[in-house]
Design a protein around this ligand. Structure first.
Ligand SMILES: Nc1ncnc2c1ncn2[C@@H]1O[C@H](COP(=O)(O)OP(=O)(O)OP(=O)(O)O)[C@@H](O)[C@H]1O
Ligand SMILES: [Mg+2]
Length: 325
């Protein structure tokens, strides 16, 4: 394990793609995708089921061939220098590489063997990773007994054995509970901060992309329909809103005329007010309601999600992107 030239690394792009295409028969999955991801950054590819996220990851990680495009990962051409690309990357797939019959430690040692680590180093590497991913207590239990969150952590730990410079994480938190998701976010942030690796992640959650990524791209019908920082994307999508429900029609009507509402529902006795739900604006809102002596039955904060992104960008709610025949 030599020292990593981090400073020069940062100046170079970690992933570039020009006109990436892929079709399965008549079904065009990727219809000319361009990417430019600087080293040491986190990039999130956002899209609903079937959008082609896994396909992009598989192509960039040399698992399948694109039909066209110029693709470079970690400074190497994905097709002509696929061995060099494979040596520089780690992939944690949507479906885990963990062997349930082996313990956490055995899984890691197996990876160390695959990477030809010297005998002494393999033990130390496994121990380090178990420690770092909070799996020491579970190290000698079969991975089949692990929770979903533990399994994902082990999966990512296994990816790190090869000291990759670019890590592909295909939906790293799908199916995890909010707490395990948060733990995973910390782990991912730590990787970038401590080791300066580049992360390419796919997700169906706008919140996840927002929390982790320096840049986000949205995949829809084979194209990237939006690209930018989380802030730029949120500005495009518009903020969230706050829903207030009232107990009686009179209060509801008065609120609808007093507040700057964006929508009202006279049957549900609700109004919607634009806002992110931050403490300051919530407090101001509650003060206004107090002053107007308006009794609110229920208050809900809605932060923008994938649905809002798709509605804003395409005018359609998100739907699974099945092949059109
Ligand atoms: N080997 C294959 N043969 C035919 N069609 C395929 C193949 N692999 C993927 N597809 C199709 O390509 C499209 C994109 O699939 P992909 O798995 O990349 O989507 P995804 O964005 O990762 O979806 P999900 O969120 O469900 O994981 C889908 O319509 C899928 O059915
Ligand atoms: Mg997928």
């Amino acid at each position: 394990m030599g020292a990593k030239p981090m400073t020069t690394d940062h100046a170079r792009p970690a992933v570039t793609a020009t006109a990436m295409r892929k079709a399965y028969g008549e079904h065009v999955v990727l219809d000319g995708i361009d990417l430019d991801i600087p080293a040491g950054s986190v990039f999130a590819l956002l899209g609903p089921n079937g959008a082609g996220k896994t396909t992009v990851v598989q192509i960039l990680s040399t698992l399948i061939r694109a039909d066209g495009g110029v693709l470079r990962v970690a400074g190497h051409d994905v097709v002509r220098e696929s061995d060099a690309v494979r040596a520089a990357i780690g992939v944690t797939g949507q479906f885990s590489a963990v062997d349930g019959f082996l313990t956490g430690e055995e899984n890691l040692l197996l990876m160390a063997d695959l990477h030809h680590l010297p005998r002494r180093e393999r033990k130390r590497c496994a121990a380090d990773l178990l420690e770092r991913f909070d799996l020491v207590d579970a190290a000698h239990k079969p991975a089949a007994t692990y929770s979903g969150g533990m399994r994902r952590r082990l999966d990512l730990a296994m990816t790190l054995v090869g000291r990759p410079r670019v890590i592909f994480l295909d939906e790293p938190t799908t199916g995890l509970d909010p707490r395990s998701r948060r733990t995973m976010w910390e782990v991912i942030r730590g990787l970038v901060a401590d080791e300066g690796v580049t992360i390419f992640l796919t997700t169906q959650y706008l919140e996840e992309a927002d929390r982790l990524a320096d840049r986000i791209a949205v995949l829809h019908r084979g194209k990237l329909v939006a690209q930018g920082t989380p802030e730029q994307l949120k500005r495009q999508v518009g903020g969230g809103h706050i829903t207030l429900r009232f107990t009686d029609p009179r209060g509801h009507d008065r609120a609808a005329r007093t507040l700057d509402v964006m929508a009202r529902d006279d049957d549900a006795l609700t109004v919607q007010i634009p806002g992110q739900g931050d403490v300051r604006s919530l407090r101001a809102l509650l003060d206004r309601l107090d002053h107007a002596s308006l009794d609110v039955d229920e208050l809900r904060v809605h932060t923008p999600d994938l649905d809002d992104v798709f509605f804003a960008l395409t005018g359609n709610p998100v739907a699974e992107q099945e092949p059109t025949r």
